[in-house]
Design a protein around this ligand. Structure first.
Ligand SMILES: [Zn+2]
Length: 445
């Protein structure tokens, strides 16, 4: 009988299987305080502005995107008032010149609430929803565009989490934002991500919540405990030198966005959220996009949550009845229990990231000579509660990290496994057991 030879057969290597990170006590308390009624009230209020089209009135106090902008600004400011000065709120405005889907220079305003980190203020995580809306004709700025699912649902999650995080100090900074101009071409988030890049902000994770309002598919079936997470592979900012390394030894599924997606599964699939995160290894759905792409284009790891099966009769549609069927993005099609569970998933992600150490920096795999072992090197982080590092690895054909080896508070280690046969990564761990996203090593030579 033929038996294939394998020096390091799966499951025979050092370490233990990777296990999920359970929510800590503070996080469990926060999860219990997520308020479905507040989420519903936010979606109802946003839908009641009639339209929130980016080209709609900015001065009408009742109808249009200007009224929605002012209401959101006031909501986030009220939340910041409970933060003891740790949260600041900004209306981030700029004029978008004439561009595709922008026929005249138009002021676009993002609402940005920044919860400043207590010990690592430059290290930043971002959660967004977009508050602009649309109907069938993307240039129609007068018809009713309630945008309940797309994307009052995402804005409601960002606002509810801002409320609960505001009273809880975090190590790193979290930005809770409601952006505009998404439907016209991601203009608000593009400006926002560029501003952060220009300011040298170390964004280590960005999560767009866009169309997270319904668990009901177009055929009427329900998937109330699944959320999709789209995670890009090769970063759009990859340099020719990085491409050459990837083409030689792989890594096309080890971008920072994919490592972020793996962390989301690690920290957010549990009894508290009652959710499964279905990670999809592509940037977004066919013909569609969202604000995480703006962050990817600045070299930041951005990923996108969206509901499990969309009903396209309820998105980007004129509100109407046709042959007895209701079309339109109406509040009545939202599932607020579902949105609340997606909020819990996001809370697990943001809390775990903001309380964990930084993703390890300058991680290298020693390629100075040919060996059947693996030596990894990295820079030590500066966090006061840093406990040490873990090496993770997996078969090259596996989608997720499978084994973890605790290596202690060191900056180099040698593992008795061939770097030719598996993929390795390094993550940092603090004294409370919070672990960072994994850093994928680059060759040392
Ligand atoms: Zn959207």
């Amino acid at each position: 009988m033929f038996k294939p030879a394998a020096a390091d057969p799966p499951g025979s290597g050092p370490g233990r299987p990777v296990r999920p990170q359970a929510p800590d006590r503070e996080l469990r308390q926060l999860l219990r305080e997520i308020d479905q009624n507040r989420i519903e009230a936010t979606v109802q209020r946003l839908a009641a502005f009639g339209t929130r089209h980016t080209l709609s009135s900015q001065t009408d106090p009742v109808r249009g995107i200007g009224a929605a902008r002012d209401w959101l600004l006031a909501q986030f400011q009220a939340v910041a008032g409970t933060s003891g000065g740790r949260m600041t709120v900004e209306a981030q405005s700029f004029v978008q010149p004439v561009s595709p889907r922008i026929p005249a220079p138009t002021t676009i305003t993002n609402i940005v609430a920044t919860l400043h980190g207590q010990s690592a203020p430059n290290r930043t995580y971002v959660i967004s929803g977009h508050y602009d809306s649309r109907v069938t004709d993307v240039m129609n700025f007068t018809s009713d565009a309630p945008g309940a699912d797309d994307d009052a649902s995402g804005v409601a999650v960002a606002l509810e989490l801002a409320r609960l995080f505001a009273t809880r100090p975090t190590e790193a900074t979290i930005i809770f934002t409601a952006v505009a101009g998404e439907e016209q071409g991601l203009y608000g988030s593009a400006f926002q991500a560029k501003q952060l890049k220009a300011a040298g902000v170390d964004v280590q994770g960005m999560v767009s919540n866009d169309i997270i309002g319904s668990s009901t598919a177009d055929d009427g079936s329900r998937n109330p405990h699944i959320v999709r997470l789209f995670a890009d592979g090769v970063p759009p900012t990859e340099t020719p030198a990085q491409a050459a390394v990837r083409q030689a030894v792989g890594g096309e599924s080890d971008s920072p966005a994919r490592q972020l997606a793996r962390l989301v599964q690690d920290v957010a699939q549990n009894e508290e959220t009652d959710m499964r995160v279905r990670v999809i290894y592509r940037r977004d759905r066919y013909l569609r996009g969202s604000d995480h792409i703006s962050y990817l284009q600045q070299g930041y790891p951005g990923v996108r949550f969206t509901e499990p099966v969309e009903d396209f009769a309820h998105e980007h549609q004129d509100t109407r009845v046709e042959n007895g069927k209701q079309f339109g993005d109406l509040v009545e099609f939202c599932d607020f229990g579902y949105i609340t569970r997606v909020a819990k998933v996001n809370a697990c992600v943001l809390w775990s990231l903001a309380q964990a150490p930084s993703t390890p920096r300058n991680v290298k795999i020693d390629t100075s000579m040919l060996t059947n072992q693996t030596t990894l090197l990295w820079d030590r982080g500066t966090e006061a509660d840093l406990a040490g590092y873990e090496v993770v690895y997996r078969e090259t054909t596996d989608p997720r990290w499978s084994q973890v080896i605790a290596v202690g508070d060191v900056t180099t280690t040698t593992i008795d496994l061939s770097k030719d046969n598996v993929f390795f990564g390094v993550r940092a761990v603090d004294r409370d057991g919070h672990h960072s996203p994994v850093a994928f090593p680059v060759p040392s030579t």
